[in-house]
Design a protein around this ligand. Structure first.
Ligand SMILES: *Cc1c(COP(=O)(O)O)cnc(C)c1O
Ligand SMILES: [Zn+2]
Length: 411
């Protein structure tokens, strides 16, 4: 029993039935899932959501599957942390961390999109799943694909962090490391997807995959007591997560759960890969592709598929975009760990460092609630901190040696 009406071209509005397709035959615009919001409004209540298990399927009326979810029963409903120490440090009154570094099976927000993509792939009857990945997607498709009993092909840039490659290999999928950047991996995968009948989660079933990102937005609203924040800062790779967080807020408003909606949406990128932030700052609709060079490899998409739509959301909501250097990313990762005990991957450093700049320049006001989306766990990109953290005190196992240290640091 589904509330999905079909697929619709974001550009020309032409409608399509529910099939593993992603692009409009007439104008090449991307396809988007549309729902019957009147029926959802009549059926989905706060009490109903509250009565369900704490995973991302508690909002299932707003997700594009027909039957029961096939994978992802342990993904989602990550903590929303009230970050008072960090708030003081960066100069805002009320700050929250949407902490997607924990709870998910593979410790990044990609478990949201993959849960929906693979459940839909099963309904479509695929037995092989695949992806073009900047790291976290490969990890999630490898793991959740294993749990779902799929044959798996994951394609990654060969230059990815070693920890992330090992993390995928642990589940024994077919890992293909391509000598090229993500945009080249993606181009190759588009060709493969045309030739082989596989479910490429972020290519031919992208419209369904992308809907999974909305669950991060629903959770933020639920965890704020069914309210939307005043500001939300979202890291951007393809720009999809940002557009879907906004879609989730709009949907909650449309079905009457959210009484008011005036959130400003902010985009965060690394300076070494900032096509979306650049378009926002220079007030142009043209997203100029770049060659990525940043430690934030999970965000290193030089030619972002949803960049134009992300920029539109930022403009329409009165938000802004910012980008930050590798050093700022590292400093922010350490600040987040030191103040709130949250160890994020480089993408989390991008989000926090961008938020800090946005507060400094007055784009984010001190007043009101600010949510920053921290999307992946620091253990996935340990390499980034090597040489940037202190050495441990190294001693022989004797009290006297320990007390020498105490004397040195002052107790
Ligand atoms: C994929 C990813 C994002 C955002 O990706 P979009 O393509 O913009 O949806 C953000 N953070 C992390 C850690 C990711 O892996
Ligand atoms: Zn079209």
């Amino acid at each position: 029993m589904s509330y999905v009406r079909g697929l619709k071209c974001r550009e020309c509005g032409r409608e399509y039935p529910i099939e593993p397709i992603y692009v409009c035959e007439f104008c090449f615009g991307p396809l988007e899932v549309v729902y019957d919001y009147d029926r959802i409004k009549a059926d989905l209540t706060i009490d109903k959501i509250r009565s369900r298990p704490t995973n991302l399927w508690r909002y299932r009326e707003l997700l594009p599957i027909d039957g029961d979810p096939y994978v992802g029963l342990h993904a989602g409903f990550t903590p929303l942390i009230k970050a008072d120490r960090l708030a003081k440090e960066i100069g805002v009154d009320e700050l929250y961390i949407k902490d997607d570094t924990v709870t998910h099976p593979t410790l990044s927000f990609k478990d949201r999109v993959v849960s929906v993509a693979l459940s839909k792939a099963k309904e479509f009857g695929f037995d092989t799943v695949a992806c073009a990945s900047t790291g976290n997607l490969a990890h999630s498709v490898s793991a959740q694909g294993a749990a779902g009993g799929f044959r798996r092909f994951v394609f990654i840039p060969a230059s990815l962090e070693h920890s992330k490659i090992v993390a995928s290999l642990a589940y024994e999928p077919n890992v293909v490391a391509v000598e090229g950047n993500y945009d080249e991996v993606n181009r190759l995968c588009s060709e493969i997807a045309n030739k082989y009948k596989w479910a490429f989660v972020n290519i031919n079933i992208r419209p369904f995959y992308a809907e999974g990102s909305k669950t991060q937005g629903y959770e933020i609203i639920e965890q704020l007591g069914w309210k939307a924040p005043d500001h939300v800062v979202v890291p951007c790779a393809s720009g999809s997560l940002l557009t879907k967080i906004w879609k989730s807020f709009e949907e909650m408003h449309k079905i009457g759960i959210l009484k008011e909606l005036h959130t400003k949406v902010f985009a965060a990128q690394a300076t070494g890969c900032n096509p979306i932030a650049t378009a926002i700052k220079s007030a142009t609709d043209v997203i100029k592709p770049v060659k990525p060079d940043t430690i934030a490899k999970s965000l290193a998409i030089g030619n972002p598929a949803d960049g134009f739509y992300a920029k539109q959301v930022v403009y329409n909501t009165g938000g802004w975009g910012e980008d930050v250097s590798d050093q700022e990313i590292i400093d922010a990762m350490k600040l987040l760990a030191r103040t709130e005990g949250v160890f994020a991957e480089t993408a989390g450093g991008v989000t926090l460092a961008s938020a800090i700049k946005l507060v400094k320049t007055g784009k984010i006001k001190r007043e009101g609630t600010t949510v920053i989306c921290v999307t992946g766990n620091g253990l996935k990109t340990k390499e980034a901190l090597e040489g940037h953290v202190a050495e441990p005190f190294r001693i022989k196992p004797k009290m006297a040696f320990f007390e020498e240290i105490l004397a040195k640091i002052g107790n």
